[in-house]
Design a protein around this ligand. Structure first.
Ligand SMILES: [Zn+2]
Length: 305
């Protein structure tokens, strides 16, 4: 039997969503967001209640880091839930996996029983240091803790980040959510600057709204650069989606790590992913639904609108 039986493989994720699209035509529409370094399609799904004209739009994407699989389970559960009960007035785009090559490598590792740490894409670039806004390390700390400040070779150097940028540029989303693991936070911009974002109060409010929607051990909202005094994340997706494309953006660190017992400690996959992702996926549906509802009510508007 394959390792990690409670996690969908990519093929199963896309089969589930293809079945949903066939069952609910006009509600779920698949499209290709772009292609990866190894020419795999990066698939997106547009979900909408066809009876209500869209008043706002929301992007949810997952698995920018190869080994973070709980996020894909969250994105899939939310897409399934939204397809059954679309939030009237919200156009939702879900990308279950942005780093499709990285994910395929991890699938291979699990199938072969290899215990390898994976984060980047097929070029071993950390896609979440590959965006354009706030790439420059200004703090003196970069000389002291350089690893914390590493960025990719140039802005949007990889096809996966280019695909996301093109989509965000075309759609001008009101809100955007990038699903990661682990930590238990609703992070918002800036990631690369200590300064408060112009929409700080609004971002904090939406973070608290998602926090309140969770049923147990709710995640906490926080500006990402204030995770710790020495930390800055340069070239990150949330700064780019907000600073470049005007979306009120969140990086959700799902779970508080997957380590549940001593024997888990050596397992790289387990660091991000608990044995059973289903309770985390169910929580994800709650906080994403709360955010979608806010968009539907016109209470979460992108900066570009
Ligand atoms: Zn991550």
């Amino acid at each position: 039997m394959d390792a990690e039986p409670l996690y969908h493989r990519a093929e199963q994720v896309y089969a589930t969503l293809a079945a949903l699209a066939a069952e609910r035509p006009g509600v779920v529409v698949p499209f290709e967001v772009g292609r990866s370094v190894q020419d795999r399609p990066i698939l997106g799904y547009r979900l909408v209640d066809p009876a209500t004209p869209p008043r706002g739009s929301m992007l949810v994407f997952a698995n920018i880091h190869a080994m973070e699989w709980v996020p894909t389970e969250v994105a899939l559960s939310f897409a399934v839930d939204f397809a059954r009960f679309p939030e009237p007035g919200v156009e939702l785009v879900v990308i279950p996996s942005l780093n499709v090559d990285g994910r395929a490598r991890v699938e291979g590792d699990l199938a072969e029983g290899r215990n390898v740490y994976r984060r980047g894409n097929a070029n071993n670039v950390d896609l979440n240091r590959d965006f354009g806004v706030n790439r420059e390390a200004r703090a003196i700390w970069k000389a002291i803790i350089p690893r914390r400040y590493a960025v990719s070779p140039g802005p949007l150097s990889q096809p996966e980040s280019q695909a996301l940028d093109r989509l965000a540029s075309a759609e001008q989303f009101d809100v955007a959510v990038s699903l990661h693991a682990f930590g238990g936070f609703f992070y918002y911009p800036w990631a690369g600057l200590w300064a408060r974002a112009p929409h700080h109060a609004e971002l904090q409010r939406l973070g608290e709204l998602m926090q309140a929607a969770m049923s147990s051990h709710p995640y906490r909202p926080r500006q990402l650069s204030r995770w710790a005094f020495f930390f800055r994340g340069h070239g990150m997706e949330i700064d780019h989606l907000y600073g470049e494309h005007g979306a009120l953006s969140f990086l959700v660190e799902t779970t508080r790590s997957g380590y549940e017992k001593i024997s888990d400690l050596g397992v790289k996959f387990r660091m991000y992913n608990p044995r059973d992702p289903r309770p985390h996926a169910a929580e994800g549906v709650r906080y994403l639904r709360a955010l979608a509802h806010e968009v539907a009510q016109g209470r979460a508007r992108g900066v570009a609108r």
